[in-house]
Design a protein around this ligand. Structure first.
Ligand code: BGC
Length: 544
């Protein structure tokens, strides 16, 4: 039952699977590809259109697989290329597309090229494929420039020469185990074109491009000059992010994608200083979509949401790309926990907040997101209303930023705890061998088994919403929303075919003239002479 509709990605709901934490078929406590394959019918039934798999390639796992040692091999911990093949085939039979991650900004320090570059010492031609530089200071004891790693500390690590003497430095925007490629080198560009073809030939429907904005660095690797670089990320121009040269790369990638039948796509994980700069990644001859991180970073607040919705739609319109919407992923605190905490704390939290409030708002936020035109991303477990696990013991943590400190303390492990499938069992159905991060006991009640058939559950809300979205093709289509007047703190808009969405982001019930028949709501609507009363933090879908 493979779907062949052109432009399927324009309004697709794409479900992110984090393979370590989805389902463990071989009982080693770590999720794997066979586990994912066994749960594809669940995803089909949930009603998503595609699955995006975070990296499952051969990797020493210094950054949970975003440090790739061999881009064409599956890590034994996740399975084999044959398992990937079987997964893709089964997904297609169920009508699900498959998107895989590609990590082109950096490799693992165990990648063959980097290992040889180190072993062969200064003068090795392989060093030109990365950024090796001599240090500053009298004896090269200082990093070549002032760039900081996103995980904390300097973005440079000094090497030892083969004779044991201190040698050159290499650049790593992330962990030291993730050396940045030099994209000026033709061998790097060739290699990635070949990697894309390898996975396209395996049948994947597209790629999520990791750190898509980072590949090209400003000539001469100039100093930034300011302190507190991490605060500037995403808002200011940086010599290592969003350089114009990246667009040439994506044009050549688009040409490859277009050679293949059935609409293969790429989505950019890109941070750009403005929505207009972001739109450049999705011009018609470049990538298809870019994640909407400004939306993800917006709190549950009507005014702020309306602003980001409008600016996102306006930025994408001139290039003809669909807007995308996302509330959670494997790098941020889950939205059920973000919205349980006060505004202004950002997306990196380790405080549980008010769970009931967070869940109520998460339900409402999901219905709002799924009513917007464009494509939406759902992160595994959000359909169960999972919160972040904010009290993981330090010994369990694996996020590299936990070890690199600099104010970033490994919060990302909190959203990566394995999924509970059943009420019982050592890891609630995740697998027979426990789970690599401990699951809280109350997750028994959040399991797929516990929520299935419960009309008040998060899972049934997602199933209902996704089913309606399929029935109303107008919902994801188009490139605008028609705003209607509404009381303060309330978003009220019309989409095609008489579909209306109202989101009350306030902590008080709000009454509005009844816009139509409520077809789905995140909490029970009451009716009185004035119209429909929406409880606090509630979204309703109406058919006029
Ligand atoms: C991924 C992260 C990863 C980083 C380095 C990202 O943006 O989503 O999980 O740590 O890239 O590859």
């Amino acid at each position: 039952m493979t779907q062949h509709s052109a432009d399927w990605w324009r309004d697709a709901v794409i479900y992110q699977v984090y393979p370590r934490s989805f389902a463990d078929a071989n009982g080693d406590g770590m999720g794997d590809l066979e586990g994912v394959r066994s749960r594809l019918p669940y995803l089909r039934e949930l009603g998503v259109d595609a699955v995006w798999l975070s990296p499952f390639y051969a990797s020493p796992q210094a950054d949970a697989g975003y440090d790739v040692a061999d881009y064409r091999a599956v890590d034994p911990m996740f399975g084999t290329v044959e398992h990937a093949d079987a997964l893709i085939r089964d997904a297609h039979e169920l009508g699900l597309r498959v998107i895989v991650d590609v990590v082109p900004n950096h490799s693992s320090d165990r990648h063959e090229w980097f290992e040889r570059a180190i072993k062969e010492g200064p003068g090795s031609a392989l060093r030109d494929r990365y950024h090796f530089r001599t240090g500053r200071g009298e004896s090269g004891e200082l990093p070549p420039n002032d760039w900081e790693s996103i995980f904390g500390g300097p973005a440079w690590t000094r090497t030892d020469n083969p004779d044991g003497s201190p040698g050159d430095w290499y650049l790593h925007l992330f962990a030291p185990e993730q050396p940045d490629f030099n994209w000026e080198h033709p061998a790097v560009a060739d290699e990635f074109r070949s990697i894309l073809r390898f996975w396209l030939d395996q049948g994947v429907d597209g790629f999520r491009v990791d750190v898509a904005h980072g590949l090209v660095k400003a000539a001469g690797l100039p100093d930034i000059g300011g302190s507190d670089q991490l605060k500037l990320l995403g808002n200011a121009s940086m010599p290592f992010f969003d350089q114009d040269g990246v667009h040439l790369i994506y044009r050549s990638w688009r040409a490859i994608l277009d050679e293949y039948p059935d609409d293969r796509i790429a989505v950019a994980e890109a941070w750009a200083p403005t929505p207009e700069r972001l739109a450049l990644y999705v011009r018609p001859d470049e990538l298809h979509q870019a994640f909407n991180f400004p939306y993800l970073g917006t709190y549950w607040d009507a005014e702020a949401l309306r602003e980001v919705i409008d600016s996102s739609l306006a930025a994408m319109r001139p290039v003809g790309a669909p807007a995308t919407w996302v509330l959670s992923n494997h790098d941020v605190t889950r939205h059920a926990t973000r919205f349980a905490n006060p505004a202004g704390l950002g997306t990196q939290l380790r405080t549980p907040g008010d769970r009931g409030l967070g869940l109520r708002r998460a339900h409402a936020a999901t219905l709002l997101m799924l009513a917007l035109p464009g494509s939406a991303y759902v992160y595994q477990g959000e359909e169960l209303g999972l919160p972040d696990v904010t009290d993981l013991p330090d010994e369990a943590r694996q996020d590299p930023s936990f070890f690199r400190a600099a104010g970033q303390d490994g919060f990302r492990d909190g959203c990566r705890v394995p999924i509970p499938w059943t009420r019982d069992g050592s890891s609630y159905g995740f697998g027979s061998g426990g789970s690599w991060l401990p699951q809280p006991p109350e997750w028994a009640g959040l399991s797929v088994e516990a929520q299935t058939g419960d009309p008040g559950s998060t899972l049934e809300l997602y199933r209902g919403a996704l089913a309606l979205r399929r029935e109303h093709p107008g919902l994801g289509a188009g490139e605008s929303v028609e705003w209607r007047d509404a009381p303060e703190g309330v978003l009220h808009f019309v989409r095609g075919d008489g579909f209306v969405c109202t989101a009350n982001t306030t902590g008080q019930p709000v009454t509005i003239p009844t816009p139509g028949r409520a077809i789905l709501s995140s909490a029970t609507v009451h009716y009185n002479e004035q119209g429909a009363e929406l409880p606090a933090d509630t979204t309703v879908w109406w058919q006029a």
